[in-house]
Design a protein around this ligand. Structure first.
Ligand SMILES: [Zn+2]
Length: 142
């Protein structure tokens, strides 16, 4: 018998998140870290119009990006923990990509695995994130 990827038996509750290399289930080993946008370009990449993106950033400084987060997963076959940028599409569809460097700057409260962003940077962001609204809440305000 082949060794199975899923060691524990909590199958029912498992999210359909697989290792992009091995296509086996991944074990989550962290909480979800929300991603915030503080530049119009980051919102435009996600389908917000330039005008709305400018308005959002101007009014909120940090905008929660819904359906995306950073999370660390352990893969049995990789035999290591990796940080992924997770995007959720619909109910049970997830897309994983290795978290790119610049994304860490859009996350609050995460210790970068390579110790990169400075503490000062995080503190500054933490204080700016105090009043954010989600894109969804804002979208239909004219
Ligand atoms: Zn793997």
């Amino acid at each position: 018998m082949q060794r199975r990827c899923d060691r524990n038996r909590k199958r029912s509750k498992r999210r359909a998140i697989y290792c992009p290399i091995h296509s086996c289930y991944l074990d989550s080993v962290s909480q979800k870290y929300p991603i915030f946008a503080d530049q119009p370009g980051q919102l435009q990449q996600r389908g917000i119009s330039r005008r709305n993106a400018l308005m959002l950033v101007a009014s909120q400084t940090a905008v929660l990006i819904e359906g995306e987060w950073l999370e660390a997963f352990w893969c049995d076959k990789c035999q290591q923990t990796k940080w992924y940028h997770v995007q959720k599409f619909g109910d049970r569809t997830y897309k994983l990509s290795l978290a790119p460097q610049e994304l860490w700057q859009q996350v609050t409260g995460v210790i970068h695995p390579h110790g990169n962003p400075s503490v000062g940077e995080f503190t500054r962001r933490q204080s700016r994130v105090m009043s954010y609204n989600s894109i969804k809440d804002f979208e239909f305000v004219s």
